[in-house]
Design a protein around this ligand. Structure first.
Ligand code: F0G
Length: 351
């Protein structure tokens, strides 16, 4: 029997590993590419969802983390550190366990989803809640990694980007070529950088005939790239992308410009509408930040910016179970019934 071996084994010849690199893996990657029927109808395009919430810790971060932790182990690190809005810390904590390393995580106080905090806790990470935002956490993590014996595993570590580029490989491997457009949520801008690198590598080697236009979407309250200036006090309900000064800002601009793409913003209202549509009409439960890609596609379609007939992939970056508050909020409370089938049938509208 065959099971997906994780991104390092599946794409070994395209990653900076050698025969002696210890592979620390939870068999990340190999995630579903799901045809999106309702989104396809709405846009007149062939839309697919790359469901990254199906990774071992529930987000795309695992692709980069298998690389970052494997390389840290190869270099003899005993401890790793990251700043995070929640998913990177959950992933770092889990992979550190696999590697027998200590993990330290810095998160913005009060601004990470409960599921993500639970993951870091249960995997035994040392957690500090920082009285500041993600950008402050990243500054602190960089300082600590420069001055103390602890390896930085944020996406400013280039091997993270190397791991994450494998999602683009998987898409081309599935579809037979790159899509016309690839849509992503943008926070610290590592992932858009990584996908663009992956698509470019496959095109350079003739595995793909073309590269897609890269479309990135930030949350309106946290849209420094759209505004062209640092956002000092970023805000959005999509806490995963609540970032005011993205580390990979310049790379995101390059991905946008070299691909003929765009980086725009979506409001929290648009994010939540896409979040509900994905769950209620596509059967795909994602966390709010992930819905920014789909919200962006719908916004662009409404503005007449999406020509019909194109092939489009939206990455949905994280699992809905990470942050279920938004699923429950505003939904009707389930009614309680006695153990009685007639009553149950009536309440279910079956009679
Ligand atoms: N979607 C989710 C679910 C995320 O967790 C993140 C980033 C993004 C999108 C944006 O990706 O930063 O590469 O542009 N989360 C980071 C973290 C910041 O700490 O977990 P990006």
């Amino acid at each position: 029997t065959h099971q997906w071996r994780g991104i390092i084994e599946e794409y070994r010849d395209r990653l900076p590993v050698s025969g002696t690199t210890p592979v620390v893996t939870l068999r990340e990657g190999g995630t579903p590419l799901v045809p999106a029927q309702v989104l396809s109808e709405r846009t007149g395009c062939e839309v697919h969802l790359k469901v990254e919430g199906a990774n071992p810790t529930g987000s795309f971060k695992d692709r980069g983390m298998t690389m970052a932790i494997s390389k840290a182990k190869e270099e003899g690190a005993k401890a790793v550190i990251c700043a995070s809005t929640g998913n990177t810390s959950a992933s770092a904590a889990a992979y550190a366990v696999r590697a027998g390393m200590v993990s330290a995580v810095l998160v913005p106080q009060g601004k990470i989803a409960l599921g993500k905090m639970g993951q870091a806790l249960v995997h035994g990470a040392k957690i500090l809640q920082v009285d500041g935002n993600f950008d402050d956490c990243l500054t602190l993590a960089r300082e600590l990694s420069e001055n103390y014996p602890v390896a930085l595993v944020n996406s400013v570590n280039p091997v993270r980007i190397e791991g994450q580029k494998t999602a683009a490989f998987e898409i081309v491997d599935m579809l037979g070529d790159a899509p016309d457009i690839h849509v992503l949520p943008v926070g610290n801008a590592g992932n858009i950088t990584a996908y663009w690198k992956g698509y470019q590598e496959y095109a350079a080697d003739g595995i793909a005939a073309r590269t897609p236009r890269m479309w990135g979407f930030q949350a309106s309250g946290s849209a420094p790239i759209v505004r062209g200036e640092v956002v000092k006090d970023p805000s959005t309900i999509a806490t995963a992308i609540r970032i005011g000064n993205p580390a990979s800002w310049q790379y995101a601009l390059r991905a946008r410009d070299e691909s003929g793409g765009a980086i725009d913003e979506v409001t929290d209202r648009e994010i939540l509408r896409a979040y509900r549509l994905l769950a209620a009409q596509e059967g795909v439960f994602v966390e709010p930040a992930s819905a920014a890609s789909v919200a962006g596609l719908l916004k662009a379609a409404e503005q007449g910016k999406v020509d019909p007939g194109q092939r489009i992939v939206c990455t949905v970056t994280g699992n809905g179970l990470k942050d279920p508050d938004w699923a429950v909020a505003g939904a009707p409370q389930p009614v309680t019934v006695p153990v009685d089938s007639a009553t149950a049938a009536e309440r279910l509208g079956l009679v």
